[in-house]
Design a protein around this ligand. Sequence first.
Ligand SMILES: Cc1cc2nc3c(=O)[nH]c(=O)nc-3n(C[C@H](O)[C@H](O)[C@H](O)COP(=O)(O)OP(=O)(O)OC[C@H]3O[C@@H](n4cnc5c(N)ncnc54)[C@H](O)[C@@H]3O)c2cc1C
Length: 479
Amino acid sequence: MTQKNAIVWFRQDLRLADNPALNAALDAGHAVIPVYILDDENAAEWKLGGATRWWLHQSLTSLQDDLREHLIIRQGDAASVIQALIEDTGAVAVYWNRCYEPWRIKRDEAIKSGLKDNGIDVESFDGSMLWEPWQVLKDDETPYRVFTPYYRKGCAKSEPRKPLDRPDRITYGDHDAVMGHVDDLALMPDIQWYDGMAAFWDVGEDAAHKRLQDFLEGGLKGYKDDRNRPDMENVSRMSPYLRHGEISPNQVWHIAKEYAAANNIPDKDIDHYCSELGWREFSYYLLFHFPKITWDNLQDKFDDFPWDESDSEELKRWQDGQTGIPIVDAGMRQLYETGWMHNRVRMIVGSLLVKNLLIHWHKGEEWFWDTLVDADLASNSASWQWVAGSGADAAPYFRIFNPLLQGEKFDPNGDYVRRYVPELKDMPKEFIHKPWEAGPLILQSAGVKLGEDYPEPIVDLKESRERALDALQSTKQSD
Ligand SMILES: Cc1cc2nc3c(=O)[nH]c(=O)nc-3n(C[C@H](O)[C@H](O)[C@H](O)COP(=O)(O)OP(=O)(O)OC[C@H]3O[C@@H](n4cnc5c(N)ncnc54)[C@H](O)[C@@H]3O)c2cc1C
């Protein structure tokens, strides 16, 4: 019996192992036609940013290699592309793993019903969640807004699904369709911005597993205590791999748990690591149940917040890592150079932007969207709302990080600052987080002229804190 062709539509699951859609096509006895579609048309305002485009280029190149050059690459409206490919390849079925962004849900529902009406077998699967958003609800069937009870309920409900093995063999379908090439998508940035990213990251499914293994061996022990230290190697940097689906959260969860059990890793470390994967789930959960979080405050009382819209120069200094506040500048430069920033520092730079500078969280969200290799609509929106205090389970607005104290606590020797702000490399550790307090002799021996080699602080931290608290008070009065 000749096998019938089935399209396996790769989306945010750029891997062969633990890929339920791919497995289902093979289990059904189909010959596989793997396809990737860059659908900027439907993404509208959430088209991929520059850094994720760079990553996607590398990731598709790697996937193409793993699929032995069988991946068809297209761009445009996904519904039209799939329809044309069905005609060109004679496919009788289409399989994909689900995505949860509001625009994708809307588009996929329309594609599914259109194809079904035309007699095509369409099936979608859970390939990127520990628990899908509708699986964890409060007893009264409404969604949680607070992380801890949500996560507890998820864990109590079921252990995340065990990952599927990489198929031993893939049979590819014959067809005459044009293959397309990753270069056709023009994903690489026009400007020579990505050298730092290319030096920092290995991209692709194998690289994801290697990075996870390195973290398990070198960073999992001590994770709970040291995951807040940007100067240390105790976080996994799994986020861009998860974002593009080069590894699934189920793989990370189970591989990490098995490693911990076999290697006497303290429970507190592995449990905390899994709960951070839970934060990713919670972000998707919020996006699914409250799709407005991408742009509108989840808490309406922030709608009248008196953001300062007057000075775009301050935003530019923040983006460029030229605020004169070392831990902030280190983070913003790490972001631009590598496409990634440590979580603790994301919170610090976010707090400076929305609280000390009173700049709308949208501006931070947009900059991160463009510059993060892990830019993810769920985690980015939910996290910016968390920082601003306008989201679910958010840090209360009045909790304003003092970046100087944060720097001293989490980068105690200043190594992280020295790495990304080389102007300050000779500052003694007592002043590395507050060069403006160093006397002239200390500055001179460190070779720093404030205002020339390195900026004066962009704001007075104490005054701007008071200003932020006054602004908050005004929203409370309008409650
Ligand atoms: C303002 C702001 C914006 C953010 N934007 C994004 C984003 O666009 N994409 C993104 O993936 N993460 C985002 N985060 C969350 C977090 O900073 C990153 O997931 C984390 O730094 C990734 O590094 P890691 O993989 O080494 O994390 P690890 O500490 O090793 O954690 C393992 C995994 O857990 C998940 N995770 C950890 N912390 C969080 C968190 N707070 N929220 C959601 N998931 C989490 C990630 O998938 C991460 O890869 C943002 C945080 C802030 C404060």
